[in-house]
Ligand binder design. Structure first.
Ligand SMILES: Nc1ncnc2c1ncn2[C@@H]1O[C@H](COP(=O)(O)OP(=O)(O)OP(=O)(O)O)[C@@H](O)[C@H]1O
Length: 230
């Protein structure tokens, strides 16, 4: 169980049509499990890129990320995939639910072809209950509201008991009130399950509710409140 994520001189550049974009540059920051961090900044400032790198979805072009001191990206693809399964859950602005599957089936998808010590069906029902959807197990995404769909996505993100939850603008498609309820649910997972949360948002009011605010601009960290800068 990874309790510390350390970004060390982390950089990611994209090359295309002779243009190089430095999406993130020389990022040095520590995240500790149990913290709820908000990441804010204007469009294009590198928030999603940072989250993809931390989530091992993408390779840095410079620097590294140490997970309890270990650079996972130097390992085999299978090791990286296993690491991601064990440690990380993702939530996105678009809920990315499979439209032909029920809520329960959507939540079960990360467990497909995985050997786990618990009963998959029971666990999926348990997390759907946890997000307040005990009565919607057999509903299709099209039969659910936006907030309910995001709850299914959250249940899917936590079904495999990750230590970290990476949320990329999870309230971006929701009205203010529903967004606040989703934020409260994430805060609950943070305090009750001890999940480390990295929460990208454009909403300053929600960011204020986090115990740490990381502010990005042009691929660098501009400022930070709370937490530990390295
Ligand atoms: N796959 C890619 N290929 C080329 N450039 C990319 C790619 N992904 C991101 N970028 C560029 O990297 C920079 C950072 O993008 P990123 O999506 O991380 O920003 P962001 O802060 O998450 O923005 P938003 O708030 O709009 O989601 C932008 O200039 C973007 O155009």
């Amino acid at each position: 169980m990874v309790t510390n994520i350390h970004c060390k001189e982390l950089g990611k550049s994209y090359k295309g049509n002779g243009v190089v974009t430095h999406a993130v540059q020389n990022i040095n920051i520590n995240f500790t499990k149990g913290e709820f961090s908000a990441i804010i900044g204007p469009s294009g400032s590198g928030k999603s890129t940072l989250l993809s790198l931390i989530g091992t979805l993408d390779q840095p072009t410079s620097g590294s990320i140490l997970y309890d001191g270990e650079d996972i990206m130097t390992k085999s693809k299978k090791k990286v995939a296993d690491f991601r399964f064990e440690e990380i859950g993702f939530i996105f602005q678009q809920f990315h639910l499979l439209p032909t599957l029920t809520a329960l089936e959507n939540v079960l998808t990360p467990l497909f072809a995985r050997n786990v010590s618990y009963n998959k069906q029971e666990r999926a029902k348990e997390v759907l209950e946890q997000v307040g959807l005990a009565d919607k197990l057999n509903s299709l995404p099209s039969q659910l509201s936006g907030g309910q769909q995001q709850r299914v996505a959250i249940a899917r993100a936590i079904v495999h008991k990750p230590s970290w939850l990476l949320a990329d603008e999870p309230t971006g498609n929701l009205d203010t009130e529903t967004g606040e309820l989703i934020f409260d649910l994430l805060q609950q997972l943070n305090t009750q399950e001890g999940c480390g949360i990295l929460f990208v948002t454009h909403d300053p009011k929600l960011a204020q509710k986090a115990n740490r605010i990381v502010s990005m601009k042009d691929g660098v960290i501009l400022s930070e409140t709370g937490g530990e800068r390295v």
